[in-house]
Design a binder for this molecule. Structure first.
Ligand code: HEM
Length: 355
């Protein structure tokens, strides 16, 4: 017979609640907030664990060919849960900020050289989402993983060798159906529509008498840049130039954004939205953490030895993963200018119920 489960045993509360060992207490220093500091970090790590657990299901689902409707529903559900958790961990910084910089000083020196910088789970989240190693900002002239223990470094390298969520997205987008319209492709139809639209924009700028010459030149330069960047994604080769996604993947992502109201495209649109939500919220966490750090330690260096705030601001700006999806908005045109879908594609993309 199964022994009835007891709440505290099920949750291993004996272990969980005896895992807070303030360094200050060990040397008889009174630092009331160190317990709080430990608990805040531990709750972060628990949420990180849950995010990784969600990715454990998302990755194989997304890696399957084809990605079935059921798998897609699970992927979007998992990504939305990750997004909700990330919102929570951003909000959790409010709780941390009830500790004042002065209170932090009671125990800060005892933490050296440990730092959130050594959070393996955080690095795994970044890596599994797809933060590219070459875009990582070096820390203390060393690669980020050189600050981890041997075994954490080995784990990170093993995981880094697997396809990331970004890689899976790239491959999946490149396989998107509906882009071949028989005669004219979506690629050609949309390229013409956007070129016409940007040419109209340029004409408006040129003929706007209220604009100063300086401002006009700047706006025209911006349009030129947009046209160049747009040409990259419509190139015949696999090289996307300044894009990280493959050209055919960018085209597919554009298609999904434009025709998102079609039932067949809805799940794909929700997936792209969830990835942008995650990217935005992770970036928000980086900014909020950098602000909190500045408030907590001012211009001091971090316990991990970095320039502190300055390093963290840079990561907020540059450690983006799905920024290509944000960039797509440059190439969205008003509904009225979007090419009509050919009837046979319209039909393929609709839900049909036969009695
Ligand atoms: C008083 C509170 C905190 C301070 C003063 C602080 C300070 C810092 C500093 C200065 C860094 C840069 C590395 C270094 O030189 O140490 C850093 C990195 C980091 N911290 Fe915190 N931190 C605090 C709380 C937290 C919390 C609650 C978390 C949650 C897990 C966290 C997670 C991280 C992570 C993941 C990094 C690496 C960021 C990256 O490399 O992009 N920190 N922290």
């Amino acid at each position: 017979m199964r022994v009835p489960i007891y709440y505290g045993d099920y949750l291993r509360l004996d272990r969980l609640l005896s895992s807070q060992e303030p360094e200050s207490a060990k040397i008889g220093v009174n630092a009331h907030d160190e317990m709080f500091f430990i608990i805040v970090h531990q709750t972060y790590e628990l949420w990180f664990k849950q995010i990784l657990h969600e990715l454990d299901r998302v990755e194989p689902d997304f890696d399957s060919i084809p990605v079935t409707d059921d798998a897609m529903a699970r992927i979007v559900h998992g990504l939305n849960r990750i997004y909700e958790i990330l919102k929570l961990v951003v909000a959790q910084l409010d709780v941390l900020e009830t500790m004042t910089p002065f209170d932090f000083l009671d125990f800060r020196d005892l933490l050296m050289p440990a730092s959130g910088f050594q959070s393996l789970q955080f690095r795994l989240i970044e890596t599994r989402l797809g933060l590219a190693p070459e875009t990582r900002i070096p820390f203390d002239d060393k690669k980020v993983d050189e600050h981890l223990s041997q075994s954490d470094r080995a784990t990170l390298r093993t995981v880094g060798a697997r396809p990331s969520l970004f890689d899976l997205l790239n491959r999946w987008l490149a396989r998107t159906p509906f882009l071949d319209w028989g005669g004219e492709t979506f690629r050609e139809a949309y390229r013409t529509a956007v070129k016409n639209h940007l040419a109209r924009d340029a004409e408006l700028v040129r003929t706007d008498l209220a604009t100063t010459p300086d401002r006009r030149d700047r706006e025209l330069e911006n349009i030129e840049r947009a046209i160049a960047s747009f040409s990259e994604i419509f190139s015949e080769t696999d090289e996307g130039g300044s894009w990280r996604l493959l050209p055919q993947s960018v085209q597919a992502a554009l298609f999904i954004n434009l025709y998102r109201d079609k039932p067949a495209v809805q799940p794909a649109f929700r997936l792209l939205t969830a990835l942008m939500d995650i990217d935005e919220t992770l970036t928000l966490w980086r900014y909020r953490h950098a602000l909190m750090v500045e408030r907590m330690i001012g211009l001091k260096i971090g316990t991990g030895g970095s320039s502190g705030g300055a390093y963290l601001w840079m990561t907020a700006e540059r450690h983006r993963i799905f920024s290509d999806l944000f960039r797509l908005s440059t190439f969205l045109i008003p509904r009225s200018a979007v090419p009509e879908l050919p009837p046979q594609i319209q039909q393929q993309m609709s839900l049909v119920y036969a009695s």
